[in-house]
Design a protein around this ligand. Sequence first.
Ligand SMILES: [Zn+2]
Length: 80
Amino acid sequence: MRVNCPNCESKAIITSRENQSAGVADLYCTCTNTKECGATFVTTIAFKHYLNPPSSDTARLAASLIRQLPKNKQLELLNI
Ligand SMILES: [Zn+2]
C-alpha cells in the first residue's frame, strides 16, 4: 500500500498502525520529503466492499440456495 503526504504528495512511510474496529485502521505516517516537508500525519483506511466474495462464502451461499430446492431439482443440479 502506498501513502502520499497530504501536504507535498511525496511518498510517505507507514510507521505504525492502530486498528480502530473491524476493517478500519489508523496509519501513522511520515513524509519522506524531509528537506522540504517532513510532515507526520495519520490517515485512515477502511474496508469498503468485496469485488468478489471469498470462495467460502460463495460455496456456503450456493449450498444454502440448493437446499431450498426440491430434492429432484437438487439432484438435477448435482448431475451437471
Ligand atoms: Zn510532505
